[in-house]
Each structure stands twice: as structure tokens, then as C-alpha cells.
Design a protein around this ligand. Structure first.
Ligand SMILES: Cc1cc2nc3c(=O)[nH]c(=O)nc-3n(C[C@H](O)[C@H](O)[C@H](O)COP(=O)(O)OP(=O)(O)OC[C@H]3O[C@@H](n4cnc5c(N)ncnc54)[C@H](O)[C@@H]3O)c2cc1C
Length: 135
């Protein structure tokens, strides 16, 4: 499993926000949606793949310029209305399947959710609890 950083921006509230659903671009590497009247936009790690294989939080000019260009396409002038930036770290790997396994007799891991932890984290939690029940 390797870390994969994703950089994210959110604009101020835009009275004429054009988005009414979640959207993906470029095989899902870029994601954007309306969040309480703001545009939330993130991703793009594929354009600087090696540099984003990091567990260090941060924002870089390469990715932020790329995301601003996309924001300008969705909402011209939007790059002047960015409220703040942040980053998060995903656990990814050669397979999209999460890992639930004992790495030694005392350590059970539930990892590699590939940025889908909200959707599948509780299922993973249930699986981990079942494993512990077997002891
Ligand atoms: C960029 C990005 C996009 C994502 N998109 C999606 C998506 O579209 N769909 C999806 O299903 N999942 C997505 N995920 C994954 C999802 O965000 C995580 O799996 C989920 O938030 C994990 O929940 P959690 O409660 O375990 O941890 P977190 O949400 O990280 O919560 C942990 C909390 O504990 C706090 N904390 C940490 N240390 C301490 C301490 N010592 N004392 C007190 N508080 C502490 C932190 O501040 C934080 O508030 C995404 C992740 C990232 C990084």
C-alpha cells in the first residue's frame, strides 16, 4: 500500500454556482461538486504522479494551477474566489480491494480504501470486529 495525496480547494459561497451534482473528470482523478453554495474541487494527482505519492500534507503550484484552470472552466473568475486549500492522504495500491488482515499475531489492519473510507469504512469496521470475535 502507498500513500497518495489529494489537494483540494473550496471557493467562497457563489450565488450563481452552476453545479447541482457531483462531477468527475479524467477517469475520476478530478472531482467537484456544490457544497453549501461553494464549489469544492480536488484531485489531479495524476498530473504529478510521483510527487503526490507522499504522506506529507501540503499544496503545490503544479496541482493548484491545474485545479484553478479547471475551476476557471466551470466558473470563470472562480480562481479569485477561492476561500481555502487543504490536502488529504489516501491509501492506494495495485488493487482496488481493501486489505483486512493480520500482519502479525497482535496487529490486525483494515487499510487501502482508496479514498472510499466514508462509503466502505463501516463495512471494514464490521469485518475487523468479526476477526476479533474469532479470537
Ligand atoms: C481527499 C480525500 C477525498 C475523499 N473522498 C472520499 C469520498 O468521496 N468518498 C468516501 O467514501 N471517502 C472519501 N475519503 C475518505 C474519507 O475521508 C475517510 O475514509 C474518512 O474521513 C475516515 O474517517 P475517520 O473518522 O476514520 O477519520 P477522519 O475523518 O480523519 O477523522 C479523524 C478525526 O480525529 C481527529 N484527530 C486526529 N488525531 C487526534 C488526536 N490526537 N486528538 C484528537 N483528535 C484527533 C482529526 O482531527 C479528525 O477530525 C476521502 C479522503 C480524502 C483524503
Amino acid at each position: 500500500m502507498v500513500p497518495a495525496r489529494n489537494q483540494v480547494l473550496i471557493t467562497k459561497v457563489l450565488p450563481d454556482n452552476p453545479l447541482d451534482s457531483a462531477c468527475h473528470l479524467d477517469k475520476g482523478y478530478v472531482y467537484f461538486r456544490n457544497y453549501e453554495g461553494r464549489i469544492l474541487l480536488g484531485g489531479g494527482r495524476n498530473i504529478d504522479h510521483q510527487a503526490e505519492l507522499t504522506d506529507q500534507f501540503g499544496n503545490t503550484p503544479v496541482i493548484s494551477d491545474y485545479l484553478k484552470t479547471i475551476l476557471e472552466t466551470i466558473y470563470p473568475g472562480g480562481s479569485n474566489k477561492i476561500d481555502y486549500w487543504w490536502s488529504g492522504i489516501l491509501g492506494v495500491g495495485p488493487s482496488k480491494y481493501p486489505i483486512c488482515e493480520w500482519v502479525n499475531p497482535d496487529i490486525l489492519v483494515g487499510v487501502r480504501m482508496g479514498g472510499m473510507g466514508i462509503a466502505i469504512g463501516s463495512y471494514m469496521g464490521d469485518k475487523l470486529a468479526s476477526e476479533l470475535d474469532k479470537i
